[in-house]
Design a protein around this ligand. Structure first.
Ligand SMILES: [Zn+2]
Length: 291
């Protein structure tokens, strides 16, 4: 099954949604580190969630979810941009919970003082950061609470991941414009759709094609499907970004690093790409020359 995001609309209603499926991209990401099983599942769910959230934005740029905590789990992040490129990474110490568990909730329960950040970085314009309390047993539950409280857009999200495949579905009840408010509305539509959505089983979400999922759930409704969007693994690292990072740490720190490491080597944690800066290149960033 291809990695994709399928948006859908219930005709003549303010309900929209989307289904995502990740397989190749997830496996590429998980193969880059030796992750424990429960961490793989959590990263899979975080990836599905960012791919869903990215589609709710009307911007060029990227959105990321980042969990930070004290305790054995340090942090995890997943990102999706407007091109459908996803990447993810986690850092944690060994913990038997992570090796034995077969779900992400176990990881969430071990988190000490956890915070979930939603970062939105438009290509142009201001960045936004939302902070979500991680006080529900599932990632989907935390995100739904965020939408209900912050965006005040009724939203249902179901996420599921195995160590090979992840999937997610999101449906939203959008605010109606004045013209739409004039129309007669099916008051039962939203409760009916949310109830149906919640009947979806984890293995259906990870193993079935998007169209099959939508058919099983909403075959009584008039569902419109635009063309599916491709999702893929993609990393935004570059030598220029590494150069920016060196400029950020400053000339003094770069000179000090060069004493023990010349050329300076930098590895991208997301894709294992390796970048090197000779002393001349590194100092050149600050307009300095080798003396
Ligand atoms: Zn990279």
């Amino acid at each position: 099954m291809p990695d994709l995001r399928q948006r859908f609309f219930i005709e003549d209603s303010p309900v929209r949604g989307e289904v995502v499926h990740l397989e190749d991209a997830l496996q590429t990401i998980l193969a880059q580190r030796d992750y424990a099983p429960a961490i793989k599942i959590l990263l899979g769910e975080m990836l599905s969630a960012t791919a869903l959230l990215a589609s709710t934005l009307k911007i060029k740029g990227r959105i990321s979810l980042q969990i930070q905590a004290a305790g054995t789990f340090k942090w995890g992040m997943a990102e999706c941009n407007h091109l459908g490129e996803v990447r993810a990474l986690a850092d944690y110490e060994e913990d038997p919970h992570f090796t034995q568990a077969t779900d992400s909730s176990t990881v969430l329960q071990t988190l000490v003082n956890p915070v979930l950040f939603i970062n939105i970085e438009p290509e142009f314009g201001e960045r936004y950061q939302g902070i979500v309390p991680l006080d529900k047993p599932t990632l989907a539950g935390c995100l739904m609470q965020y939408y209900d409280l912050s965006a005040q857009i009724p939203t249902r999200i179901v996420l599921a991941s195995s160590q090979q495949r992840s999937g997610g579905i999101l449906i939203q009840l959008l605010p109606r414009n004045s013209e739409e408010e004039q129309k007669r509305v099916d008051e039962d539509l939203w409760p009916r759709l949310t109830m149906l959505t919640e009947t979806l089983k984890a293995e259906e979400l990870t193993n079935l094609e998007a169209n099959e999922i939508l058919y099983r759930l909403y075959n009584e409704e008039d569902v419109r499907l635009p063309e599916a969007e491709i999702l893929k693994f993609g990393c935004t690292c570059s030598k220029q970004r590494c150069a920016d990072a060196l400029i950020q740490i400053g000339a003094a720190a770069v000179r000090e690093t060069l004493e023990s490491q010349n050329p300076i080597g930098m590895d991208c944690q997301f894709c294992n790409s390796h970048y090197e800066f000779t002393a001349e290149e590194a100092l050149g960033l600050f307009g300095e020359h080798l003396s």
